[in-house]
Design a binder for this molecule. Structure first.
Ligand code: FMN
Length: 376
């Protein structure tokens, strides 16, 4: 059996697969089951210090496509295929005092598995920065091996939190710096994909001292409208607000975000998230330069914590490595990062003249063309 173990931000993982911060990691019982099933690590459901009350009714539903027609709907039905998850769930509604003894218990039961605490506080004043530091100290004293700072949840009931932090480069730096001041273990930052150039927020987070960047959280989106009732497929008393899209639909979107940051910072550490349910999907993230991969939607639909998903991932990785003679993930990490280039760098038919999208120099009256942009 190939050696799937890896070192990521100085932490040793038995395999590079983690359950992402979400319902699969919302309780100690789920996390213990996940470790029994073989996950190398988990990122806890995000822990905060403010009171959390979720909406009335379901917090997550799954969008499916008919196999032999074009219908897309959240109605669960046979002969259909999963397209995406959609959720407007807030962070953990359990207080930090509920979590601390449970973090300790999990670490005692599985000392060799990696427990990353996802944390979130507000921003904009010193009290909130102190809350980030208090969460950090409490969770690391309880045994957390590392942190993931949630700068990424798209639907928050407060404007000073979640993706609103991840959309503000100064806040990305300031909050990361505040956490790093007190953290004795590695600190990852989970960024929102909902910005125009995620490399800028990644740069700000690394400047603040982040040891890694994770991406993506869910993409801001709305449920579809039912053509019969004219109601959104998910609503409370007719009303909806933007929530997050996850699952297969976001794999290509998230890969594009990941390529932007791994290309901008080839020497930094990245954890890939979004649309992964088997090793082929995870491989895309590794080939772009990620050192670990996280899973949510696929695990939710597989006995809530993904016992079959983790088997598929580890068996798939072992087979792939044996077939190609790789000794560790480092042998293939980043192998396709440099294949993502600016559109102007993609070859044109030989017989046609091409000037990188600009007029050729020989056109009298036009300025000399600028250097073609190389950012993607
Ligand atoms: C119901 C639900 C709740 C989530 N809660 C959190 C959370 O508390 N903190 C967080 O960082 N991400 C949260 N996420 C985002 C996931 O961790 C993950 O980034 C996203 O679902 C994309 O991965 P996937 O395509 O494997 O689902 C949540 C996702 C879902 C579906």
């Amino acid at each position: 059996m190939a050696d799937l173990s890896t070192s990521f931000t100085g932490i040793r993982f038995k395999n590079p697969f983690l359950l992402a911060s979400a319902p699969p990691t919302e309780s100690d019982s789920n996390i213990l089951r996940a470790f029994e099933a073989g996950w190398g690590g988990v990122v806890t459901k995000t822990i905060g210090m403010h009171p959390v009350v979720n909406v009335k009714g379901p917090k997550t539903k799954f969008l499916r496509a008919d196999n032999d027609a074009t219908r897309l709907s959240m109605t669960k039905r046979p002969n259909s295929t999963l397209v995406a998850s959609w959720n407007w769930e807030l962070i953990s509604d359990k207080p930090v005092d509920w979590w601390l003894p449970r973090l300790e218990k999990i670490k005692k039961a599985f000392p060799d598995r990696i427990l990353i605490a996802s944390i979130m506080a507000g921003s904009g004043n010193d009290k909130e920065l102190r809350n980030w530091q208090a969460l950090t100290k409490m969770c690391q004293d309880a045994g957390a091996d590392g942190f993931e700072l949630n700068f990424s949840c798209p639907h928050m009931d407060r404007i000073d939190m979640g993706s609103n932090v991840g959309k503000d480069k100064v806040l990305c730096s300031v909050v990361t710096m505040a956490v790093k001041e007190v953290a004795k273990v590695p600190v990852w930052v989970k960024l929102t994909p909902a910005t125009s150039n995620i490399a800028e927020e990644a740069e700000a987070s690394f400047r603040g001292g982040a040891d890694a960047v994770s991406s993506s959280n869910t993409f801001p989106s709305l449920p579809l409208i039912d053509p019969n009732t004219l109601d959104f497929e998910m609503n409370v008393e007719g009303y909806v607000s933007p929530g997050g899209l996850g699952g297969p639909a976001i794999l290509p979107l998230s890969l594009a975000k990941m390529a932007q940051i791994t290309k901008a910072f080839p020497d930094k550490a990245f954890s890939g998230i979004g649309g992964v349910s088997n090793f082929d999907h995870a491989l895309c993230y590794f080939l772009l330069g990620c050192g670990t991969v996280q899973v949510c939607t696929a695990a939710m639909l597989d006995s809530a914590i993904g016992p079959n998903v983790i088997k598929t991932l580890t068996n798939g990785m072992a087979e792939f490595m044996e077939k190609r003679g790789y000794a560790s993930v480092d042998d293939f990490r980043g192998l396709r990062r440099d294949r993502v280039v600016a559109h102007s760098q993609i070859k044109r038919p030989e017989q046609l003249e091409y000037h990188g999208g600009y007029e050729g120099e020989e056109h009298e009256g036009y300025a000399k063309p600028a250097e073609p942009a190389v950012t993607v």
